[in-house]
Design a binder for this molecule. Sequence first.
Ligand code: 5GP
Length: 208
Amino acid sequence: MTKGCLVVVSGFSGAGKGTLMKSLIQKYDNYALSVSATTRNPRPGEEEGVSYFFKTKEQFEEMIATDALVEYAQYVGNYYGTPKAFVEDKRKEGKDVLLEIEIQGALKIKKKFPDALLIFITPPSAEELKNRLVGRGTETMDVINKRLTRAITESEGVENYDYILVNDDIDTCTEKLHNLIQTAHERASQHMDIIEEIKEDLRRIEHV
Ligand code: 5GP
């Protein structure tokens, strides 16, 4: 069985990544969404082990020390990281693993796994971004402003991504994302084993 793809989805806070991930998983079977560990406090409605694994700083640092994370980063004063075991197991099962992570983590993933697909999601405009953050009603104005400032920094590394998707309509964006991932399965690097097999067979045929 071919290993599943590692798909990194990043984007400005408020770009609609969470909704997009949910929509993708509801529509298609072959995806596994990685649940990150974080030291930030749960928002109302967030569940342990579903939204995040909520950790203390000490617990998180223990995960770093025991090499239990594929990558981790700090974002607006908190740690966020991707647990390793889930990613490895699901990819072995042939599932495409989705990581919804910020840019520092995304670049670490690209270095460790050059085959990873990096996709950046953006809302159509800055105004729309602010409206979505305010409309969510889960953060104070102070945190919203920090996230908007952080968005400027995030846009500076965006040229390292493979694709940028504008999320102005969730269904269209879901389809585009799915198609990009499916196309990534056909990358040459994913098919080297079949080429090797054919080469072997050709050599054998040549010698009969
Ligand atoms: P939020 O606090 O809004 O849930 O997430 C803040 C930022 O952290 C988002 O950009 C989100 O994609 C990112 N993030 C979530 N989990 C991880 C992770 O495991 N690693 C990294 N590097 N970033 C993450």
